[in-house]
Write a new protein. Structure first.
Length: 152
């Protein structure tokens, strides 16, 4: 049995301790906003926050998350950073196909929680592990800058 705190709710689950956190979130809890992309922590589609840090849930064993605060895309708007990023994403029409956006938003919100005024280099570094098939990187960067201004 593993007990997880996801978006402020406790979930006790009978899963193998080495099950990837992604599959527990999606298949056992039913929160499908966190996406499966590559399964190798290379694309960032599966990004969630673990105690405020952006992590790749596809390679994180569920046991490593026990006792931690986990935030998914479904709960990120509970933070000022998450709200600001989601609003900025809409203003800049960042999403095209949308597949990568939950991971992009999670990484951007984690960045803004620790850096209220990121430079282009800071944004590129923080989101470098999040791939966008539609190549909307310029809109993503603009969205992070807009969100930072909203928070400032």
């Amino acid at each position: 049995m593993v007990t997880l705190n996801i978006n402020g709710e406790q979930h006790t689950l009978d899963v193998s301790p080495d099950t990837p956190l992604l599959w527990v979130i999606r298949e056992h809890i039913g929160m499908t906003g966190t996406k499966f992309g590559c399964g190798m922590a290379q694309c960032g589609a599966c990004t969630v926050h673990l105690n405020g840090q952006a992590i790749r849930s596809c390679v994180t064993p569920v046991i490593a998350a026990e006792g931690s605060q986990i935030t998914t895309i479904e709960g990120v708007s509970d933070s000022p950073q998450g709200q600001a990023v989601q609003q900025a994403w809409q203003e800049h029409e960042v999403a095209q196909c949308g597949f990568c956006q939950s991971g992009q938003i999670m990484s951007a919100a984690a960045l803004l929680a620790t850096n209220a005024s990121p430079s282009d280099a800071d944004i590129d570094n923080a989101l470098s592990g999040n791939l966008c098939r539609c190549n909307t990187y310029h809109r993503i960067r603009a969205g992070v800058h807009t969100a930072a201004k909203k928070l400032g």
